[in-house]
Design a binder for this molecule. Structure first.
Ligand code: RUQ
Ligand code: CUA
Length: 663
C-alpha cells in the first residue's frame, strides 16, 4: 500500500511540477506521505522529467520487460539480448566469434562444427571472428513468430542462424559469390527466404580475382535468397538461389509486405562504380561515389525470381544456383528507380504501401509507393536503361512524396499509425513524419514533418517496437548512437556506444534513458514482444545434442558412466550432477586422444555446470539436459584438476576431478 500511495503522490508531484516547469525538489513541502519519493528525486538532483523517465523505464525486481531487443554486436561477432524498457542486458549469444561463458568455440563439439562449417574455401583462413550488423527475426504473416533469428557477418559475407528455443547458434553459412554484406538482411513475411546481399561487388571469376580496370565487366553484386527449413530454421543452400546485380554497392534492403508482398527493395550507392586509387592519380572512393545526382533503388520481384529459378533458368556457380543479370532483365525480375544521391535506408511501411529512402546527402526522405511502381512496370514507363540494360523507372512516376526532415537522414522505422521516424546522423536527432493516405493519413496531413527530438550523438539506426513488421505498435523507439563523447565518465580511449530509449506514447517524443554499450558496436536491432517468444525452453530434454535438438547418440544416463579404450583413443562417458562428475578420476597416457562425452543429467532450470581442464584451452557450458563432447590429444603430461566453471551449488568448489596424464 505504501508504495502505491507513494507513486500516486509522486505522479501528483510530477503533474504539479510540470505545470510550473520547475524541479521536483521545490515541491517536497506539503506533499504529505509521498514526500519521500520527491525528496529522493531532489537528493539525486533529478528534474521532474528525469524522475518521470525513471519511473517509465524502471522494471522492478522480479518483473519482466515487455519487449526483448535483439541487438547486433558488431566486432564482438555476437548478438545481445536487451530488455525494453529497462534496457538491462539479458544475455550475449556468440555467433561468429568464440566466447568462453557458453564455451562456444572453446572445445564443445557442436560449436566447433558450426564455426568450422562457417569458413569455406572462399576465405583465406579459418575465420575466428565476425562483424554482426543486421538481425532478421523469423515471421509468420508478416509478424515476428519468435522461432529463429538470422544475422550477417559484414566482414566476410556470411550469415548465422540462432534457434530461439535454446537461443544458441545452429548454423553459419559462408555464401559463395559474395565477399561482404552490409544492410541487405531481411526475412520474407512467412520466412520462405532469408535475404542477404553483397555490399562491395566481387569478381565472378573462378579465383575471385579481377583487375579493377575490369570492374564493370567482371565484378557483380549478388542478392541471395536462402531457403529456410521450417522445422529447424536452417538454411538449405540447395533450395536457395542468387540473383546477379550490377556492380553497384548494394546497401540497405527490406522485404515487401501486404500491399508489396513478393517484392524486395535494395538501395545502392556508388552507381558511379568508383574504385578509388588516391595514390595512383585517382579520386578517393568517397568523391567518386558521390558524383552523380542519383543512385538506384533496386526493385526485385522475388516470387517471380523463385519461379524462374525453379524453371532451371540458372547457372551453377560455386555450388549455388545463380540467375544471371541478363536473365533477371529478360524475365522482368529487376528494375531500378532513381534515388537522390548517396541513399542509405530503404524501409517498407507496416501496410506495405510505402518504401522510405533516406539520402545521406539530401535533407529529404523520399517515399515511393508500390502501386505506382507496379503501374510503371506494367506500362513500361521507363526513363531508359542503365549501362547493363536494367530498366529505370521514372522518378516522378513512382515517388508519392518527399518530406524535408533534417540533415543526414538514414533509416526509417514506423509506429503502425501512419507515421515514420527517421534517424538524422548529421543533426543527431530523430524526426517524426506522416506517410500518405494508403497508410491511413487524412488528405492535407500527408507527408508532413511532425516532431523532432535531439539525441546524443551521431545516430545510425533506430528501431521501434515490432517496427519491421505489419504489427508495428509505436510504443518505444531506441536510438543507436555511434558516439557518446561526454555522456559517460572518461574510461579510456575507446568509448561505449549509446542506446537511447525514447517514449512514443505521447504526442511528443520523449527521451527517457541512456544505456552504454561497452562490448562491441551494435548496428541494427529488432524489438520483439516478450509474449511472442513462445518457443523458448529453459531445460533440454534429457540427453540433447544442441546442434540437432535431438537425443544425442553419446548421451550417458546415471549408472552408465564408463571409460572405453580403443587403441590410443580413450572414450569417456561422463555425467555431471550437483556436485560431482562421474567418473572423477581419468587415467590416460601421454599421446592418447581423449574423447570426453559429458552429459548433464540435471533437469532443473538454471542448474548449469561447466567443464574446464587447466592448460588445455577447453571450456564448455553444460546446460541442464545437454550433452557436449570435447576432443583433445593429451600431449602434455601432468596431473590436471578439471573443474565445474559455473557456481552451481553450495559444494560447487568440490565439483572437480583429476585428469592424470602419465608421461
Ligand atoms: S547500416 S555501418 Cu546498418 Cu546504417 Cu551500417
Ligand atoms: Cu557444477 Cu559448479
Amino acid at each position: 500500500m505504501r508504495s502505491v500511495t507513494g507513486r500516486n503522490v509522486l505522479i501528483g508531484a510530477v503533474i504539479v511540477s510540470l505545470a510550473f516547469g520547475v524541479v521536483i525538489g521545490r515541491f517536497t513541502g506539503g506533499l504529505g506521505g509521498g514526500g519521500s519519493l520527491a525528496s529522493i528525486a531532489e537528493s539525486r538532483g533529478m528534474t521532474v522529467a528525469e524522475a518521470e523517465g525513471a519511473l517509465k523505464v524502471f522494471t522492478p525486481p522480479g518483473k519482466y520487460d515487455e519487449y526483448v531487443m535483439i541487438s547486433s554486436g558488431g566486432q564482438s561477432g555476437n548478438i545481445y539480448l536487451v530488455g525494453v524498457p529497462s534496457m538491462r542486458l539479458l544475455k550475449s549469444i556468440p555467433v561468429f566469434t568464440p566466447e568462453s561463458w557458453s564455451g562456444y568455440g572453446q572445445g564443445a563439439d557442436w560449436s566447433e562444427t558450426i564455426l568450422a562449417e562457417g569458413s569455406s574455401d572462399k576465405q583465406a583462413r579459418e575465420l575466428k571472428w565476425g562483424d554482426t550488423h543486421h538481425p532478421g527475426l523469423s515471421e509468420t504473416n508478416g509478424e515476428y513468430d519468435g522461432r529463429f533469428v538470422y544475422i550477417n557477418d559484414r566482414a566476410n559475407g556470411r550469415i548465422g542462424m540462432v534457434d530461439l528455443r535454446d537461443f544458441k547458434t545452429k548454423q553459419i553459412v559462408d555464401l559463395p559469390n559474395m565477399q561482404t554484406s552490409h544492410g541487405g538482411v531481411f526475412v520474407t513475411p512467412n520466412t520462405e527466404y532469408v535475404h542477404i546481399s553483397s555490399m562491395s561487388p566481387m569478381p565472378q571469376t573462378a579465383d575471385g580475382y579481377a583487375p579493377l580496370d575490369q570492374y564493370k565487366e567482371k565484378y557483380r553484386g549478388i542478392s541471395s535468397w536462402l531457403s529456410i527449413d521450417q522445422e529447424s530454421g536452417k538454411i538449405d543452400t540447395t533450395a536457395s538461389f542468387q540473383i546477379e546485380l550490377p556492380p553497384y554497392t548494394q546497401d540497405l534492403a527490406d522485404a515487401g509486405k501486404l500491399a508489396s508482398d513478393g517484392f524486395a527493395f535494395i538501395g545502392s550507392y556508388n552507381t558511379e562504380m568508383a574504385t578509388g586509387g588516391v595514390s595512383e592519380g585517382g579520386d578517393p572512393i568517397e568523391k567518386g561515389a558521390s558524383a552523380r545526382d542519383f543512385d538506384y533503388l533496386h526493385i526485385i520481384d522475388w516470387k517471380k525470381a523463385a519461379e524462374v529459378a525453379a524453371a532451371g533458368k540458372t547457372e551453377m556457380r560455386n555450388g549455388m544456383r545463380v540467375i544471371s543479370l541478363q536473365t533477371a532483365i529478360d524475365e522482368g525480375l529487376l528494375y531500378l528507380a532513381p534515388e537522390p544521391r548517396s541513399p542509405h535506408g530503404a524501409d517498407v511501411s507496416p501496410d506495405g504501401n510505402y518504401i522510405v529512402v533516406g539520402g545521406k546527402l539530401d535533407p529529404n526522405v523520399t517515399i515511393y509507393e508500390i502501386g505506382l511502381i507496379k503501374q510503371a512496370i506494367a506500362d513500361k514507363d521507363f526513363e531508359g536503361v542503365d549501362e547493363f540494360g536494367v530498366p529505370i523507372l521514372k522518378f516522378s512516376s513512382v515517388v508519392a512524396g518527399q518530406v524535408e526532415v533534417g540533415l543526414g537522414p538514414l533509416h526509417t522505422q514506423f509506429d503502425g499509425k501512419g507515421n515514420g521516424f527517421v534517424s538524422l546522423f548529421l543533426d543527431s536527432a530523430v524526426s517524426k513524419f506522416s506517410l500518405g493516405p494508403k497508410a491511413g493519413i487524412k488528405a492535407g496531413e500527408e507527408f508532413k514533418l511532425l516532431d523532432n527530438v535531439k539525441v546524443n550523438y551521431n545516430i545510425g539506426h533506430l528501431a521501434t517496437t515490432e517496427g519491421d513488421t505489419v504489427a508495428a505498435d509505436g510504443r518505444y523507439l531506441v536510438a543507436l548512437n555511434k558516439w557518446s563523447i561526454d555522456r559517460y565518465p572518461v574510461i579510456g580511449t575507446l568509448k561505449p556506444q549509446n542506446f537511447q530509449l525514447i517514449d512514443l506514447a505521447g504526442p511528443k517524443m520523449q527521451l527517457l534513458a541512456d544505456t552504454p554499450v561497452g562490448y562491441g558496436e551494435p548496428h541494427y536491432v529488432q524489438i520483439i514482444k516478450l509474449s511472442r517468444l513462445t518457443s523458448a525452453i529453459d531445460v533440454y530434454q534429457p540427453g540433447t545434442d544442441p546442434l540437432t535438438m535431438a537425443a544425442s547418440s553419446v548421451a550417458t544416463a546415471a549408472g552408465e558412466e564408463r571409460v572405453e579404450r580403443d587403441g590410443n583413443t580413450v572414450h569417456v562417458y561422463m555425467t555431471a550432477m550437483r556436485s560431482h562428475f562421474t567418473p572423477d578420476i581419468l587415467r590416460v597416457k601421454k599421446g592418447d586422444k581423449v574423447v570426453l562425452h559429458v552429459t548433464s543429467i540435471e533437469q532443473t532450470a538454471d542448474a548449469t555446470h561447466g567443464f574446464a581442464i587447466p592448460g588445455y584451452n577447453l571450456q564448455a557450458s553444460l546446460d541442464p539436459g545437454e550433452v557436449v563432447t570435447l576432443e583433445f590429444v593429451a600431449d602434455k603430461a601432468g596431473s590436471f584438476a578439471f573443474y565445474c566453471t559455473e557456481f552451481c551449488s553450495a559444494l560447487h568448489l568440490e565439483m572437480q576431478g583429476w585428469l592424470l596424464i602419465e608421461p
